[in-house]
Design a protein around this ligand. Structure first.
Ligand code: ATP
Ligand code: MG
Length: 138
């Protein structure tokens, strides 16, 4: 069964010119890119997206970072897309990320960690619907 997940090339990775290489890894790993767009989001939009983290000490800094420059947002599809994309991304803190993962290669710190991925079917559905309209997902 095909599954969809939501992915972001975060501002740090975009700024450093890693977008093409990250999309290449996504294709190589067998994901279909259902939808893709570049955007510069506001701090308020970032806060809505990361609302689950609103009481965490890093929330203000995280939303400032996510609105600090262009990002690339994608809907990815394959069997087991959610878990497989998280595996390809690697651990949140690049210091703990496995060899060969995107965060090992491209992340600079626990906050500026290059990529985002949904962590469960419910969050994937929320995140896809937050950034993409139905007509963009055909
Ligand atoms: P994401 O949701 O972006 O895919 P994740 O699921 O690996 O990452 P979360 O715990 O959901 O990690 O944290 C969301 C984001 O908040 C992280 O990717 C990172 O950018 C930032 N973050 C998490 N923990 C910290 C921290 N201790 N200090 C600073 N920033 C953090
Ligand atoms: Mg998360």
């Amino acid at each position: 069964m095909q599954e969809r997940t939501f992915a972001i090339v975060k501002p740090d990775a975009f700024r450093k010119g890693y977008t093409g290489e990250i999309i290449g890894e996504i294709a190589k790993a067998g994901f279909k890119v259902v939808a893709i767009k570049k955007a510069s989001i506001s701090k308020a939009q970032a806060a809505g997206f990361y609302a689950v983290h609103k009481d965490r000490p890093f929330f203000d800094s995280l939303t400032a970072f996510m609105s600090s420059g262009p990002i690339v947002m994608m809907v990815l599809e394959k069997a087991n897309a959610i878990a497989d994309w998280r595996k390809l991304m690697g651990a949140t803190n690049p210091a703990n990320a496995e060899e060969g993962t995107l965060r090992k290669k491209f992340a600079g710190s626990i906050e500026e960690n290059a990529v985002h991925g949904s962590d469960a079917p419910e969050t994937a559905a929320f995140e896809i619907g937050y950034w993409f309209a139905g007509y963009e997902l055909i």
